[in-house]
Each structure stands twice: as structure tokens, then as C-alpha cells.
Ligand binder design. Sequence first.
Ligand code: KG4
Ligand code: ZN
Length: 341
Amino acid sequence: ATEPLVLGIETSCDETGIGIVRGRTLLSNTIASSMDEHARYGGVVPEVAARAHLEALQPAIEAAVAEAGIGLDDLDAVAVTSGPGLAGALMVGVGAAKALAVSLDKPLYAVNHLVGHIAADILAGDEVEYPTVALLVSGGHTSLLLVRDLVSDVELLGETVDDAAGEAFDKIARILGLPYPGGPEIDRAAATGDPTAIRFPRGLSRASDMAEHRYDFSFSGLKTAVARWIEQAEAAGTPIDTADVAASFREAVVDVLVTKALDACDRFGVPRLLLGGGVIANRRLREVALARAAEAGVAVRIPPLSLCTDNGAMIAALAAQLMATGHAPSTLAFGADSTLP
Ligand code: KG4
Ligand code: ZN
């Protein structure tokens, strides 16, 4: 039998992602982002994101189908992110997916966004090996997962207790007067800075945090520390070296992300680490992760950035995997679930 042809819809945040896969083969990955509309607010505005999805969906589906060189009738299934994410944004995608599946009379698969991020890796080329530890870092999440089986056994080891890593980058950028989204700006500013210039705190990394928060993250204390450091420098009339502040802040985030991920690899005896999410674009994060993992004997996988950030192809890939392992489609009774575990 030929592998299933699946169209995936992703609308959990600000990216309208439509992806088409045939089994493990990527045919198209169309992404329309409403980021420009959020930039002047300094963060994603849920209502604006939902409206943007509504406008972007139809053209994105048409573009993806054209790029894949298929007709909608050729599809074997439709897949959609049902959560977690922004409620209104998710609802637009779920509604569209139901309408498409019903009108085409095709099965519909509702999938978990975070598991979708891990599934992206099966489109990246080489055969995926499990178990693997997965670190997902974006503007919306900072999650550490232990994946024994993509379909049936994904364990959340920990996640951020406050801001996501990308959000921390965006907030510090704002404090430093850099534009939104701040991640790439900080990365650029940090290039000429000294990462050891200022010792900023590593959240939830004390011995006393290990019992309950070993694999959790916290970035709000770091944000406060950077803000306070800048305030004190200003009060003292000391010139602020933006490059040093950016590099020292970036080092604190990267250090805690990589340390906790490799700790999980060690503790669970899993010598594999998968990285995903938009923050993976960070140059220092890639560099430190690759270097420290090599020392620890851990193999790192970093899918191309277009599959690391939110996209529909990963959602389609996960559904194709569910079909290949004999899972029944969802009934139409499901809805968007913004807090899906
Ligand atoms: O996965 P993503 O594209 O979208 C969602 O979160 O939905 O991630 C976006 C986040 C933003 O917070 C952005 O500032 C951050 O990823 N980011 C970076 C870099 N490029 C993007 N953070 C640090 N360094 C970067 N080079
Ligand atoms: Zn995501």
C-alpha cells in the first residue's frame, strides 16, 4: 500500500501552517505568520492572531496543495492541532479542519501540538531513534520531554513555571531597547559581547530545586536580575555595554537549557537529544548544545529551522504516523483545548 497523503493544519499561535506529507516524505510546508501585526504590541495578541488565521487559512491551503502537486480529493486524511495553544487561534484551525474533512469525506486526526514538534524530526531525513530526550524552546513553550515512543509514550519531564525562553529573549530585548521579536536581536547584539561579563542567575538550578523542579525552568528571576542590573548601572552613571548584557543574559538561558537537557539524558540513560522550537535558531544555544553533548556522548538532532518553528507539516507527519500504527481517527466531537496536557 502507498503511504497516506495527509494535510496538516497548525494554528496554535501566530503561524498559520499548512503542511502536506506522504508518510515520512514532506511535500509542502506553507507558513503565513501574523508576526508583523503583533510587533507593535511587543507580543502576540490572541484576538489578532485568531483573525489573521481566518484570513490566511484558505490561501495557505491552496498554496500548499499547489506546491505538493495534488488535488484535495487525493488526500487520505486531514490533521489539526487541537491544543495546547491560544484558544481562539486553535478554534479557527479546528473549525477549518472539520469543515475540510467533512466536505471531502476523509478521516480527521486531532493531535497534540507538542508531540507534533517531536514528530517534525521524522521529516528531517535519517531514521529517528527512540527513546530520546526532547527540548522544545519557543516563544510559547519551554518543555523537556522523554519520548520512548512517538505515538504512545511521551512523558513531560518539566516545563517553564513562568515565561517561555523565547518570551524571556523578547522581554530583555525590550528592556535593552531592541525591536520585537527580540531573540534574533539579542543573538546579534551578543555576538561581540563577553558572556562572562555579568553572572546572571540560572533559574531553578539550586540543589534545593532538584527534588521538585529538576527539569523545570524559570526565567522571570533572570529577567528581574537583568532589569535591576541595568537600573543600578544607570543610577551609578556607568555606561551600559549592551553587547555584554546581551551575551551574559544569553549565556544564562543557554546554560540552564543545555544543563537540564543533558542531565535528563544522563539520568534516564538516553544518549539522544532532539532540539525544537524557534529559539533553536540561537547560535550560542546550538554551539553549546553540540559541544557539551559531544563531551557527554549524547547525539544531538536539530531538524531544519522550518520544521523547528510552528508548522503544519509536523502535524501531518504525526497523523501519518498514527495512521501507520493503526490508530482510529478522531470523532467530530473534539474541540480546541488550549490547556491540553
Ligand atoms: O517557535 P517560534 O517561531 O514561534 C512560537 O513561539 O510560536 O518561536 C519564536 C520565538 C520568539 O520568542 C523569538 O524571539 C525566538 O523564538 N527566537 C530566538 C531566536 N530566533 C527566534 N531566540 C533566541 N535567539 C534567536 N536567534
Ligand atoms: Zn510550537
